[in-house]
Design a protein around this ligand. Structure first.
Ligand SMILES: Cc1cc2nc3c(=O)[nH]c(=O)nc-3n(C[C@H](O)[C@H](O)[C@H](O)COP(=O)(O)OP(=O)(O)OC[C@H]3O[C@@H](n4cnc5c(N)ncnc54)[C@H](O)[C@@H]3O)c2cc1C
Length: 441
């Protein structure tokens, strides 16, 4: 048979509508910063640098989900998303189980929650590669310590004393964002969610693989959740079952700091997991070490854009962090990237402020929906078995993950649908010199 000709058109980035193109600096080369750089590049803008304060990236974190809402955009921007899909968990379904005996309460396609679940570090490596493939400079060891909100050229200063200017600065500096305070004047006020999670990620030993009390979920890629009163466990495998991850969410009565790196107390884990389904209990109990993550909220911010020039914007966890149960942190940062880049393409070169103010107005309601999905799921899981009789069946709908509607959303199409209305509102507000806050201050 003749080889089929590949009829798929080669990827071509869009031409800039501006002459010269807008120059943009991205602060933070996490998943959000990389997605922003890729989206801006796709829409024809010039990303002069992506800056990150760390000197090297290592394989940090554990499981992270990317939904179809993010894939669709990344594919449109010329990224080969198969690279992500290939290293993600391949289980077709996930099972939601009763805490103490593992009875399956609901089973649903993995795509209903996180799309592909993969290791954050592995996904991050691919995002960084995509940025480099576009010849966008990533500058490591660049700690941004201050911003100047000058119009028309905002600037930032690095710890080294170097000052950089651009037409627009996009601060993707994560949940502990400095930009939130320096640019918006907002205090970083983490609000405890009342929960923390112990997390462990490891390669199971040959002994564990051979031990029938610990290997129930090691045979093939799997994703399981055990839910109980005020607690749940997530288990999944990665790298084709070579690596194993469990996350135990529990009431947070302690006073641990909010950190990605805080060591956890395995004795406390063993106490909390003492009555969980034996099929997962022994795998948890015999784990050597774990991390302890406090789960904090940030109150929604009334603005994501600098007040004077409107040319420094926040994006990703710096302005819309999500609970782990939402599985949408990276996907929503990707959506925000597409929206910002497209809004910039829809305005004249001297109208950046219209684009940035439209960006925040378009994104705010959408991320609130996605954030509250995560809160709703956690509350349903933690409450459904309270006072439930042992032998009463739980309706599957009560425990199912309901993220699917989030995935059909095309963030760039949404901009096109709403552009006229939102742009005229922004223009009116700018003329009157009064920008309506996104939420009460
Ligand atoms: C270490 C770590 C582990 C994580 N693990 C998980 C996980 O296991 N599961 C999960 O769902 N989510 C995890 N997350 C969160 C997840 O990556 C984000 O929710 C999502 O990718 C959106 O990312 P972001 O780019 O907005 O922020 P982040 O991913 O936090 O990236 C922010 C980047 O900004 C850089 N930065 C911060 N301040 C400055 C500054 N002043 N100057 C220059 N650079 C700066 C940081 O070094 C970092 O690289 C983790 C985040 C981190 C940082």
């Amino acid at each position: 048979m003749e080889p089929q000709e590949d009829t798929k058109p080669a990827y071509k980035r869009l031409a800039s509508p501006h002459n010269p193109p807008l120059h943009v600096i991205v602060v933070g080369a996490g998943l959000g910063g990389c997605a922003a750089a890729i989206a801006l590049h796709h829409h024809g803008h010039k990303v002069v640098a992506v800056l990150d304060k760390v000197r090297n990236f290592t394989r940090l974190g554990d499981s992270l989900g990317l939904g179809e809402n993010a894939y669709r955009l990344l594919a449109r921007w010329g990224c080969n998303i198969k690279e992500i899909q290939d290293i993600g968990n391949q289980a077709p379904t996930m099972k939601i189980r009763r805490w103490h005996d593992g009875k399956v309460l609901a089973e649903q396609p993995l795509m209903d929650m996180a799309g592909y679940i993969g290791h954050r570090g592995d996904y991050h490596d691919i995002f960084l590669k995509w940025v480099r493939e576009r010849n966008i400079p990533i500058r490591m060891g660049c700690d941004v310590v201050s911003y100047s909100d000058s119009d028309p050229t905002p600037s930032l200063t690095l710890a080294s004393g170097e000052t950089l200017t651009a037409d627009l600065i996009v601060a993707c500096d994560g949940i502990k964002s400095l930009a939130r305070h320096l640019v918006l004047g907002a205090r970083d006020d983490p609000v405890s969610s009342g929960y923390a999670c112990f997390r462990a990620y490891f390669e199971p030993s040959p002994e564990m693989r051979a031990d029938p009390t610990r290997n129930a979920f090691l045979g093939e890629d799997s994703v399981n959740f055990w839910i109980g009163p005020d607690t749940h466990v997530v288990q999944n495998t990665l790298r084709g079952g070579k690596e194993f991850n469990w996350i135990l969410t529990h009431k947070d009565e302690g006073d641990i700091p909010e950190s990605w790196f805080q060591p956890g107390d395995m004795d406390e884990v063993r106490r909390l997991a003492a009555d969980i389904d034996p099929n997962i209990r022994h795998a948890i109990m015999s784990t050597e070490k774990c991390l302890d993550w406090k789960i904090c909220y940030r109150k929604p911010l009334p603005t994501w854009v600098s007040p004077k020039s409107h040319r420094i914007v926040l994006l990703g966890d710096s302005c819309h962090a999500h609970l782990p149960t939402s599985a949408q942190g990276a996907s929503q940062a990707t959506e925000s990237s597409g929206v910002l880049a497209l809004c910039l393409s829809l305005v004249r070169r001297d109208e950046v402020r219209v684009a940035t103010r439209a960006y925040e107005k378009l994104r705010f309601p959408r991320v609130r929906v996605s954030q509250t999905h995560g809160e709703d799921l956690r509350d349903r899981w933690h409450n459904v078995l309270k006072n439930a009789e042992e032998n009463v069946d739980i309706e599957p709908e009560k425990v199912k993950i309901k993220n699917r509607p989030l995935y059909v959303f095309d963030a760039e199409q949404d901009v096109m649908n709403k552009w006229e209305g939102v742009a005229s509102k922004v223009r009116r507000e700018l003329t009157m010199g009064k920008i309506e806050p996104l939420c009460p201050e």
